[in-house]
Design a protein around this ligand. Structure first.
Ligand code: T3D
Length: 262
């Protein structure tokens, strides 16, 4: 799929930028948008020229989760769990498992499954106008799209519970204080700060970065002995890359490395 209707997709200098693009609905997710997003993430995984990925939103919102009008229409045609398994669950997992750095550039409100998308990314830069709410409780639902899994780990159980059941809306500054975002930029600076970071990552040793992501993820569920073994195996793979050889050569020759992502 190359022509998307509800997302923007550009590739420049090794950086793919996916823009959720239904601004009048705060980029809430429809089935079509979900399919397009999944397709774009797949392209990001397959195209070796893409070495960093940015996910952002058009207009004043990042993503308000499921489009509730479409959801109402779909009720009865499929179960909610089937809908989640076929859509948001795949988006969250494919971003999380993509072995390339993924940056959420949070331009506005992220709610419900939109918060899940943000949390599935590796790095989060928020505009000072961004905000974060689980939103599920406001419509009597439980967290989905990985939100409970991520928040439990990032906030701890008590703070996560409070955030989830009160439906509170965190400002960018509060999210920074809680470690939910890496940094906050002014509205004017968000795009340049995001692209600067993405460009830097896109010039890095992509295999090493992807393996680092995998090792960190696995370390969260392994004991120390298992982690040591997993790190060692991953090091075998990283050690065999051309980028590792280039990194060592550049160090010895006292010059900056020219990584190629292989
Ligand atoms: O099977 C399944 O799919 C279940 C899975 C569910 C996963 C989920 O994501 S559940 C959670 C769904 N999302 C929500 O419940 C959030 C609903 N939205 C809000 O609570 C608020 O809009 C926000 C807190 C996100 C932002 O508030 P605010 O005041 O900044 O904006 P607003 O004025 O409420 O929204 C602007 C417009 O976007 C508005 O339309 P209008 O009045 O200008 O014509 C609003 O209706 C629309 N909008 C916002 N969120 C959604 C939406 N339209 C459809 N679906 C939305 N989720």
């Amino acid at each position: 799929m190359s022509d998307y209707e509800h997302i923007g997709f550009t590739i420049q200098d090794g950086v793919a930028t996916i823009t959720l693009n239904r601004p009048d609905r705060l980029n809430s997710l429809t089935q079509k948008m979900t399919r397009e997003l999944l397709d774009a993430i797949k392209v990001c995984g397959r195209d070796d020229a893409i070495r960093a990925v940015v996910v952002t939103g058009a207009g004043k919102g990042f993503c308000a989760g499921q489009d509730l009008a479409e959801f109402q229409e779909a009720v009865g045609t499929t179960s909610v769990s089937e809908h989640l398994q076929g859509g948001f669950n795949r988006i969250v997992l494919s971003l999380y498992e993509l072995e390339k750095p993924v940056i959420a550039s949070v331009n506005g409100v992220a709610a419900g499954a939109g918060l899940g998308v943000v949390l599935a990314c590796d790095l989060r830069i928020a505009s000072e106008k961004a905000s974060f709410t689980a939103a599920f409780i406001g419509i009597g639902l439980v967290p989905d799209s990985g939100v409970s899994w991520f928040l439990h780990r990032q906030l701890g159980p008590a703070r996560a519970f409070e955030f989830l059941v009160t439906g509170e809306r965190l400002s960018a500054a509060q999210a920074l204080g809680l470690g939910l975002v890496n940094r906050v930029a002014t509205t004017d600076d968000l795009e340049s700060a995001t692209q600067e970071l993405a460009a830097r990552l896109a010039q890095g040793p992509t295999r090493g970065i992807g393996l680092t992501k995998r090792v960190l993820h696995r370390a969260a569920s392994l004991d120390l002995a298992q982690t040591l073994a997993y790190e060692a195996l991953s090091q075998d793979i990283a050690h065999a890359t051309a980028d590792h050889r280039e990194g060592v050569a550049a160090f010895l020759e006292k010059r900056p490395p020219q990584f190629k992502g292989v």
